[in-house]
Ligand binder design. Structure first.
Ligand code: SF4
Length: 420
């Protein structure tokens, strides 16, 4: 079997009581069969306490969270009492493996770590570009030969090849030419985003066409593209509320996006209430201009564009590595749904960065700006706002999105566009 993992994978160490956001808070962890059997006969007061805490619902067994939303075995220092008293080997599989996860596709195993852990976010953003992966052949053959027909195997190899090419493109190894101005607006070319306007102040379209765009422009094109914002906004509304803080943050972003659409609609002679349902505007594919959210995007790009391009490229590469393999599990084996998911997660990340940057930059915050400030600052203990947008802000936003969106299968299906 071929096992693959990113270079930073082996550098991970849980920072335990120094973690600003323990994974043992907010999530109810399902106990695997082995853990249930082991806890069932565990001797002593710890065993009795564990059995008293375990709850079974249908085929699932778990530890219900305390009223503070924490695992009942998490002590006040943020350490696990089961590990402290009975050792690492006594915890369930999910706790033992998190934030690592494994995807097995035929004779290939992908190993990776979830951005929902702040230490993983830090490692990913610390890793130098281009990212590198380690491949190892093992003797394990933990798959059914009958599942891996020549046709399935061929598709698997194709998906891995397509993924590697995509990663090279994102990392600027395959040169991309600037989009010709006259081609913008054509069907398969992303429409120009207002946040790109600052570039045209400095060079004409002709010059831009002749110029090689920056190394990470492929990722900027994705995260600044507002062409899918209408759908993203509708999908965010449909998402299962995960936590109160996330729901409040999501609602704020949705309000901003809807306001952007209203402004655009008014500018086009429509009424406020027509922004999301105006048949005449259906299919325009863009939200158009907004007065505040778009300006915040533009400001963030103007001040932090080059750093942001590099940081967002790292997130984009991590998401591409994570999700391209999902295509192997679909009926048609097409990577389109993985690409949609990655692009929407990147856009969502950038929009929240713009909100956060606005909250930081507000000299005299209005009510909405102050609201963002509180939501972000409270999202993880110790995540106080700095005086300007920094890498730590992006790390925090990537972590929030991963924790609140990526860890829910229904949310992922919505963003992939495979359920409505
Ligand atoms: S979120 Fe990551 S660093 Fe924090 S306690 Fe969990 S595994 Fe450790």
């Amino acid at each position: 079997m071929l096992v693959e993992y990113p270079e930073y994978y082996n550098k991970f160490r849980c920072i335990a009581d120094r973690c600003p956001d323990t994974c043992c808070a907010g999530w109810e962890v399902d106990l695997d069969e082995d853990a249930v059997s082991y806890y069932g006969i565990m001797p002593g007061p710890l065993g009795e306490r564990i059995r008293a805490c375990m709850k079974t619902e249908g085929e699932f067994c778990y530890f219900p969270l305390t009223k503070e939303g924490r695992c009942p075995f998490l002590d006040e220092k943020g350490l696990c009492e089961i590990i402290l008293q009975a050792g690492d080997g006594s915890i369930c599989q999910t706790c033992r493996e998190y934030p690592r996860y494994y995807v097995q596709a035929g004779s290939y195993e992908q190993r990776d770590m979830s951005l929902s852990c702040p230490e993983v976010c830090r490692l990913v953003l610390d890793a130098p570009l281009p990212f590198r992966w380690i491949k190892e052949e093992t003797d394990e053959s933990d798959y059914e030969e009958s599942d891996l027909t020549p046709e399935r195997n061929r598709r698997l190899q194709e998906i891995l090849r397509e993924r590697d090419l995509e990663i090279e493109r994102l990392q600027g190894k395959i040169p991309v030419k600037a989009t010709p101005a006259k081609a913008r607006g054509q069907q398969d070319v992303p429409r120009e985003h207002p946040a790109d306007r600052y570039r045209s102040r400095q060079c004409t379209d002709q010059e831009a066409e002749e110029q090689k765009v920056s190394q990470y422009s492929a990722v900027r094109k994705i995260y600044t593209c507002s062409g899918d914002d209408r759908n993203l906004c509708a999908l965010l509304r449909k998402m299962e509320p995960i936590s109160k803080k996330w729901t409040a943050l999501r609602d704020e972003l949705v309000r901003e996006m809807e306001s952007a659409a209203s402004v655009s609609s008014e500018n086009n002679g429509g009424g406020r209430d027509t922004a999301f349902g105006n048949a005449k505007k259906e299919g325009t594919g863009s939200f158009g201009e907004s007065q505040s959210l778009r300006d915040s995007e533009e400001n963030l790009l103007y001040h932090e564009g080059s750093c942001l391009d590099e940081w967002m490229t790292k997130i984009a590469v991590a998401l591409t590595y994570r999700y391209w393999i999902d295509a192997w599990f679909t009926e048609d084996g097409d990577i389109a749904s993985s690409r949609r998911l990655r692009d929407r997660l990147l856009r969502l990340t950038f929009l929240l960065c713009a909100l956060r940057s606005r909250a930081i930059g507000a000299k005299t915050p209005g009510p909405e700006q102050a609201h963002s400030d509180i939501l972000f600052a409270g999202a993880a203990e110790g995540a106080a706002l700095g005086s300007s947008f920094a890498r730590a802000d992006l790390e925090e936003i990537a972590r929030i999105i991963s924790r609140e969106v990526e860890h829910d299968e229904d949310n992922l299906a919505l963003l992939k566009g495979i359920c409505g």
